[in-house]
Design a protein around this ligand. Structure first.
Ligand SMILES: [Zn+2]
Ligand SMILES: [Zn+2]
Length: 276
């Protein structure tokens, strides 16, 4: 087994689209040789509109999330490190809220920029009111909005890495000039701000489930070819939504080989206190 293995992108049942107990993930990670397993479930946001998301924990579930992960950290101390984080969009209205929450109780925060400014409202409609799901980008202006929003998040200094930075490619038809421009902007910001970009292993599994995926998908080869033109640092994330996702060492090794072939530096760890 080469290298050491760390994963900072693990979900829990609270997001309603992941399954397995937290302890099942931890035990699977130990068995698979991980030395770090970070939980970064989809953040609750402090909505004031009464909106209820169907893909993230409620705010009243957050204490239980923390408590569960911290108890596992104690129980498995000496066998595996278990930092606690959240995967969060870049919603400007709540940057201050998130900064405070991180200072109070989180080891790290991932920038998973799924929605345009908020997720309240219709995720299929792209407008200045926000709410659009960036995994549905099919037009150039949507791709450019993704880049602008993502970079604004990176500039806050709150986020420790960018999860699936190439999410905008998910159902985009072909890699055009705007995709290239958005990729360059994100990579430039990553270098200037010292923020690693994630090579997301769940994206690969998602496309593999669908026969003959005829969209770009993510991880997107063209995005990473552009990334290779900058001194970006990459990190591989399993984005585990089930304990067995942590067993895809084959995907990890393929991703590692792909990134190294491009000459991209791949971080084994996030080099911050409590994270390695
Ligand atoms: Zn995500
Ligand atoms: Zn995720």
């Amino acid at each position: 087994m080469p290298d050491v293995l760390a994963n900072y992108h693990t979900h829990t049942w609270r997001c309603m689209h992941a399954h397995g107990t937290e302890e099942a993930y931890v035990r699977r990670a130990i068995a698979a040789g991980f030395s770090v397993l970070g939980f970064a479930d989809h953040t609750p946001w402090p909505y004031t509109s009464g909106f209820v998301s169907d893909m993230r924990m409620r705010w009243d579930q957050f204490p239980g999330y923390l408590e569960t992960v911290l108890a596992l950290r104690e129980k498995y101390a000496g066998q595996i490190k278990i930092p606690v984080g959240l995967e969060c969009e870049a919603f400007p209205a709540w940057f201050g809220w998130l900064r405070d929450l991180k200072a109070q109780c989180l080891d790290y925060v991932l920038l998973g920029n799924h929605y345009d400014g908020t997720d309240e409202g219709d995720h299929s409609v792209f407008s200045d009111r926000g709410g659009f799901y960036f995994g549905r980008c099919s037009r150039a202006e949507q791709v450019m909005r993704y880049a602008v929003r993502t970079i604004a998040g990176m500039e806050t200094g709150i986020y420790d890495y960018v999860a699936h930075p190439d999410l905008f490619c998910h159902v985009y038809a072909s890699f055009d000039a705007e995709c290239a421009a958005a990729s360059r902007d994100i990579c430039q910001a990553a270098v200037a701000l010292g923020i690693p970009l994630e090579y997301n292993l769940l994206g690969i599994q998602y496309h593999a489930r669908i026969h003959e995926w005829d969209k770009l998908g993510y991880p997107c080869r063209q995005f990473w070819e552009i990334a290779a033109q900058y001194p970006v640092k990459a990190i591989i994330g399993f984005d585990a939504h089930a304990p067995e996702h942590l067993e895809r060492r084959d995907l990890y090794d393929e991703g590692l080989a792909f990134l190294r072939e491009l000459g991209i530096e791949v971080l084994a760890y996030l080099d911050k206190p409590g994270l390695r």
